[in-house]
Design a protein around this ligand. Structure first.
Ligand code: AMP
Length: 577
């Protein structure tokens, strides 16, 4: 197809924002395109040069675009910039300045040139890119140049979404959207609209139906619906499997021998960001080829505790990856498997997939099979939910045991049950230190990983544990603080202390510190508010904000009653999602 023809379609698309009209225009475009141009056309209408999961980017900002326009049109740079100030769109600027005649560019040529620009690297990259783009503009008619330039600038803004492309494909053959479900299946398992379009053009819907999962190419991920209550889960599913819902990064890992690729929920490749996860997959996945999914979460190497999302999210970065891998190592909690050595297992019921997943992973620090239990009554769901919230997790996932893995679907085969409440408790809490744990990772060399802290039970004049605090101080502060604690260490639990957890070192309840927590949760671990067999209360994600409240005596610390009141207040303002 000539690029000028494509440009006519692009301008028609630009002129409408109605979905049906767009579908019709795309249908017409696809009908007239040749099979070999299909993927280029699909990518270009979406301002891309490859499927979403391939991170090919133009890497040309406005300054370089301006240079290319100046070069292509023989105009002084200052004039180009001035024109841009007036028009606000380099597409229009180049159209007005260009006097070139079209050299009858083909879509394929334009696409290849644009890819060349984007993938150019090495010395002089910037100049090379500007030169290549200027060349291409010189070969285009003013109108072609206008649309061409908008692609690298991400300014086509046609609003052609994935679903509209699929509808357009269906329309090109049937004049309606009836083939959309089949096309969508093809897209869900390949994540590549260009591939689906080419396959469809070449072999019709039959060929699309034969598309298969392939190791190395991401599969659009299955998602969960929300559950409002434990009752709702049982009503919809009956007996179901429960897993903790961990708040980290979704990872779809593709292993092909030693080659491992990781993809995020949005199908971006995250392999360079998470080398520790990639290594773990290499070492702990027993199959030569496999695709598995899990949630990667950072943990504190000192305490072994999982960290809140704010910490895990620090791993989302391009630089300083080595240091981050040390300070915030990730663990992959594997929860599903889609492919094992030549076999697509997405059609196998979840229950069996989970068993296969268990057999696929060998022991090791980097990957762990997610905890799972089967339940058939709401009470058991609530118990599991409470336990996971207490452990600092986001909530739980319920899964239908007989469900297949449905790529790209969000339905009631998976249900998430979580707390909507997030963020900070408005007030900080003053706690009394009653002991400390030595820690296992980095901080073990200072001999202190976390503090066991309590609040004051004024009624009985006791100190009751409420939190394990392991963050908020620098390494040096931890070391100094430990010296202070050792001076008042005890060989056993202090008589006025209640705690179900035993620290490595008990401390006389003397020192008060101020901590900030995200919220208060019900807890089996801590003694605060625990009477008879009822659950107590705990601080979720506590961190030190002021280590020395020397102005306060231990009896001035926050009281147990205050914690319970804070919990009540918080419960009234939160809803379970
Ligand atoms: P949400 O982002 O709230 O819609 O919840 C879905 C996300 O929860 C998934 O995309 C995963 O990243 C994450 N997740 C955490 N734990 C699990 C689990 N056990 N099973 C499936 N997804 C999980």
């Amino acid at each position: 197809m000539k690029f000028s023809e494509l440009v006519e379609y692009l301008s028609q698309l630009e002129a409408t924002s109605k979905r049906l009209e767009m579908t019709r225009i795309l249908g017409d475009l696809f009908k007239h395109a040749e099979a070999d141009d299909m993927s280029a056309i699909v990518y270009l209408t979406q301002e891309r040069l490859a499927p979403n999961y391939e991170a090919i980017e133009f890497g040309m900002g406005e300054a370089l675009i301006a240079q290319a326009v100046a070069q292509a049109t023989n105009t002084p740079l200052a004039e180009v910039k001035k024109a841009y100030k007036e028009k606000g769109d380099y597409g229009i600027v180049v159209e007005e300045l260009s006097k070139a005649k079209s050299k009858k560019l083909q879509v394929e040529e334009v696409f290849e040139k644009l890819r060349e620009i984007a993938t150019t690297s090495g010395e002089g990259t910037v100049e090379k890119r500007v030169g290549l783009l200027a060349d291409l503009l010189k070969q285009s008619s003013p109108r072609e140049a206008r649309y061409l330039l908008r692609v690298p600038m991400g300014r086509l803004r046609l609003g052609v979404g994935d679903v509209t492309v699929l509808d357009g494909l269906s329309w090109s053959e049937t004049g309606d959207k009836s083939l959309r479900p089949a096309l969508e299946r093809g897209y869900n398992i390949t994540s590549d609209l260009g591939l689906v379009a080419t396959t469809f053009k070449k072999g019709g819907i039959k060929a699309v139906n034969k598309l298969k999962i392939s190791v190395g190419r991401p599969i659009r991920m299955e998602l969960a619906e929300r559950a409002k209550s434990a009752d709702e889960i049982i009503t919809r599913m009956g007996e179901c499997a429960l897993e903790p819902k961990v708040d980290g990064f979704r990872v779809q890992a593709h292993k092909d021998g030693d080659t491992v690729r990781l993809f995020s929920r949005n199908l971006e490749e995250t392999t360079p960001m998470f080398p520790d996860v990639a290594d773990a997959v290499r070492q702990q996945v027993k199959a030569h080829k496999a695709i598995l999914e899990g949630e990667a979460i950072a943990f504190d190497p000192d305490t072994g505790d999982f960290l809140p999302f704010q910490e895990t999210s620090q791993r989302r970065r391009k630089y300083g990856i080595d240091e981050m891998t040390q300070s915030h190592p990730l663990k992959l909690l594997a929860f599903d498997v889609l492919w094992i050595d030549g076999q697509d297992v997405t059609g196998v019921p979840y229950k069996e997939r989970h068993e296969k997943l268990g057999a696929l992973i060998s022991e090791g620090p980097g990957i762990q099979l997610i905890e799972q239990i089967y339940v058939n009554e709401p009470k058991a769901i609530d118990e599991f939910f409470t336990a996971k919230i207490e452990a600092g997790l986001e909530g739980i996932m319920a899964k239908r045991p007989d469900s297949t893995y449905q790529a790209g679907a969000r339905n009631f085969n998976w249900m998430k049950f979580k707390r909507a409440y997030q963020g900070h408790l408005r007030d900080t809490v003053d706690v009394v230190v009653i002991g400390y744990l030595r820690g296992r990772g980095q901080r073990a060399k200072f001999g202190i990983g976390a503090l066991l802290c309590a609040v004051y039970d004024a009624k009985n004049d006791r100190f009751r544990s409420v939190a394990k605090v392991g963050s908020g101080l620098t390494e040096l502060e931890w070391a100094a603080y430990r010296e202070k604690l050792d001076a008042i260490a005890l060989p056993h639990k202090h008589a006025r202390v209640d705690s179900n957890m035993t620290p490595d070192v008990w401390i006389e309840p003397k020192l008060v510190m101020e901590v900030q927590a995200d919220e208060i949760t019900r807890s089996q671990i801590h003694a605060t508010g625990m009477y008879d067999d009822e659950a107590g209360y705990a601080l979720r994600f506590p961190r030190v904000v002021n280590p020395d409240r020397e102005d306060k005596s231990p009896e001035d610390a926050t009281t147990e009653q205050e914690i319970m009141a804070m919990f009540e207040k918080q419960s009234r303002t939160e809803v379970k999602e």
